[in-house]
Design a binder for this molecule. Structure first.
Ligand code: FAD
Length: 407
């Protein structure tokens, strides 16, 4: 492992930092969860400036508007951007997952049509994979598309679609052949989110926000020219989308170990003697979080070293997400408990640190589900990192229509 930037990487970091400071002002002192839908115009304006300065599509081919830099440069830029609380959340899924899939599978004229506006933040994209009965097992999805001349007619329902309420386009995974095994009868399309028959219904969350949605499709017409990849090859296209999640290694969105230490120093112990730092039970928790945070950081360095050497990070990346999401929930829960009635404060403008713990507490359960639940990640670690035997597959070789859920 090499923890240091190479001279080229260090120069890029300094240049990126100077641009961020000029564009956004000094680094923000405290990272707090931000409601994604709140500041779309501000996010679009920032993205346009970022595109004009050449900090978008860093790893992409030059012919699609990129700079063809190694992936480590994207990691460095994201790390610096995070320190400034840059308003990039609405573009994460589109530029991180959807557009790379469009570039890999769409026709040259469609790539030209979609990539530029997405890079400049003029159009925002969402990912329409999960359904009420297909999340971890997304290949079991029901939404169907039936061929009608040069078009396809789509009917069905998606759920948990982040950002669908402000998105212009989405990548949509649907069943085109129920006669085949569940993984083999799927096809992917680009869908216009404003097309007739697309209905977006925001889901109200316990945090007070509405960042994700149910999306209903009723006789939605999609041209075959919007197909991504071959008919029936949607699963392999989806795997490319999911692989692109791996570059999202920028780090935790929640409070860090140093901040729980600060809270412990400034919060009275329940015994009435000194601060929480003197409380034996809390000290044990602090030690556990420290070990887990250090493990996460070192794991991240391993990923960065792999990226720096031009390698692809492996399934061990799942360990970081599993550790991080669980630590965030446990740490935020303990912090809120320790703050007693002040733990209820969620507004970072009233109390930045309290607000951060509260927001982390609200966000952590979602983080333990999004991008692979704890159990799915444990399966990946067991099978692909530790080499343990695979889960039993009762649906292997069975046509989708013959599965109990396939009718
Ligand atoms: C914040 C957030 C944002 C999201 N954004 C999007 C988005 O933009 N687009 C999109 O398509 N989806 C999105 N999702 C959906 C997400 O991908 C799914 O929620 C996730 O894959 C889990 O699926 P599920 O909710 O259907 O749970 P299920 O798959 O039904 O799981 C229910 C429980 O069963 C367990 N389980 C399932 N299978 C197994 C197994 N084989 N072994 C052991 N345990 C198992 C799970 O771990 C879980 O505890 C988002 C989710 C969240 C929380």
């Amino acid at each position: 492992m090499d923890f240091n930037d190479s001279s080229e990487e260090a120069a890029f970091r300094a240049e990126a930092r100077a641009w961020l400071e000029k564009t956004l002002g000094p680094p923000a002192s405290r990272q707090t969860a931000r409601s994604e839908g709140d500041g779309i115009p501000a996010s679009k304006a920032y993205q346009a400036k970022k595109a004009a300065a050449g900090y978008v599509g860093l790893t992409w081919r030059k012919e699609v508007g990129g700079r063809e830099l190694p992936p480590i440069f994207q990691v460095i830029f994201s790390q610096e951007e995070q320190k400034f609380q840059a308003p990039v959340a609405p573009f994460g899924i589109g530029l991180g997952m959807c557009i790379p899939t469009v570039i890999a599978f769409h026709s040259a004229d469609k790539i030209k049509r979609y990539v530029g506006p997405a890079l400049r933040g003029e159009e925002i994209w969402c990912q329409l994979f999960s359904e009420p009965s297909a999340g971890s097992d997304v290949a079991g999805l029901k939404t169907k598309a039936v061929r009608d001349g040069d078009d396809w007619i789509v009917n069905g329902q998606k759920v948990w679609t982040s950002g669908a309420h402000y998105c212009d386009y989405g990548i949509l995974l649907v069943r085109t052949n129920p006669e085949k095994e569940k993984h083999k009868g799927l096809t992917m399309f680009v869908v216009n989110m404003k097309a007739p028959g697309v209905e977006v219904r925001p889901i109200h969350q316990m945090s007070g926000g509405s960042n994700f949605n149910e999306v209903y499709f009723t006789d939605v017409r999609i041209s075959d020219s919007e197909r991504l990849g071959e008919i029936g090859n949607g699963w392999n296209v989806a795997l490319v989308t999911l692989m692109n999640e791996r570059l999202a290694v920028g780090g935790s969105a929640g409070p860090e170990y140093a901040e729980i230490l600060e809270l412990a120093r400034n919060t009275p112990s329940p015994s009435g003697k000194g601060s929480l730092l003197q409380d034996q039970a809390f000290r044990e928790k602090l030690a556990g979080w420290y070990v887990s945070a250090e493990g996460y950081t070192l794991g991240k360095y391993r990923t960065m070293t792999a990226l720096s050497k031009g390698q692809t990070p492996g399934p061990e990346n799942s360990i970081g997400k599993l550790l991080n999401a669980n630590r965030m929930q446990d740490l935020a829960n303990s912090a809120i408990e320790a703050e007693d009635h002040f733990g209820i404060i969620s507004d970072p403008d009233i109390a930045a640190l309290q607000g951060a713990f509260h927001n982390a507490y609200m966000w952590a359960p979602g983080l333990r589900i999004a991008g692979g639940t704890d159990e799915i990640l444990r399966n990946i670690i067991a099978e692909r990192v530790l080499g343990l035997p695979q889960d039993v597959r009762v649906d292997k070789g069975v046509a989708y229509k013959d599965l109990p859920t396939g009718r």
